[in-house]
Design a protein around this ligand. Structure first.
Ligand SMILES: [Zn+2]
Length: 222
């Protein structure tokens, strides 16, 4: 009885519209309208989504206006979004879909570059893919700049990995008087092979112990 009376009193005090504002829970399922299929897509990071939630919450606590996207600028695969309140113009916030790394570059763009370099995709495949998906694109200049930094780290990792693999192979023999390797040749081209990459694997561990790139000028039967 007391609860009913309280509910009645609250409804009288607030009116049904205000009640709606106190419980703004829109459905999280939304259907794409045909005019929206080409809307901008971008890549975001989980933590950035949390930041968006916190921003939204902080704004809701001081204002009952809605935050709408005023402008979206793509920085590689990251969206830098200017949000503006529908009620108060000074409530304007800038949100990025990625956090920054200590070098002030976006985590999302570095992660995508890492995926691109380690996938074996050609640059033309990368641009076709990202343009087809409409998820932004890291410029050629930017990719080259990142690649120069990435290459140094990848080379260090490779040397370390090969050292570890050789040590693992050596330690897997009970009676050591040398180690056995297996090789596997990967041809760079299907026809008129002009070069090949020969990978040496440890016989016991199957880990990569060396990787050599051989061209026709070095060996006619390569
Ligand atoms: Zn506002």
């Amino acid at each position: 009885m007391a609860t009913e009376l309280l509910d009645f009193w609250i409804k009288q005090q607030l009116g049904s519209d205000n009640l709606k504002e106190l419980h703004p829970f829109p459905s999280t399922y939304s259907q794409t309208r045909s005019q929206d299929v080409d809307q901008g897509l971008f890549i975001t990071a989980e933590k950035s989504l949390d930041t968006y939630g916190e921003l939204f919450e902080a704004h809701t606590s001081i204002c009952n206006g809605k935050l709408k996207v005023l402008k979206r600028t793509m920085k590689g695969h990251v969206a830098s979004v200017r949000l503006m309140c529908t009620k108060e113009k000074s409530h304007s916030y800038l949100w990025s879909s990625s956090s920054y790394l200590p070098n002030d570059e976006f985590l999302v763009n570095h992660r995508i570059c890492h995926a691109f370099y380690s996938s074996g995709l050609l640059p033309v495949h990368y641009t076709r893919f990202v343009n087809g998906a409409g998820i932004g694109c890291i410029t050629k200049e930017r990719r080259s700049k990142l690649f120069r930094k990435y290459k140094k780290h990848a080379e260090n990792e490779s040397v370390q990995s090969v050292d570890n693999a050789i040590n693992d192979e050596i330690s897997s023999y009970d009676d050591l008087d040398g180690i056995n390797i297996m090789t596997d040749a990967r041809h760079g081209w299907r026809k008129n092979t002009k070069d090949t990459t020969v990978v040496a694997l440890g016989e016991k561990t199957h880990k990569v112990m060396d990787c050599e790139h051989i061209t026709k000028s070095q060996d006619k039967v390569a």
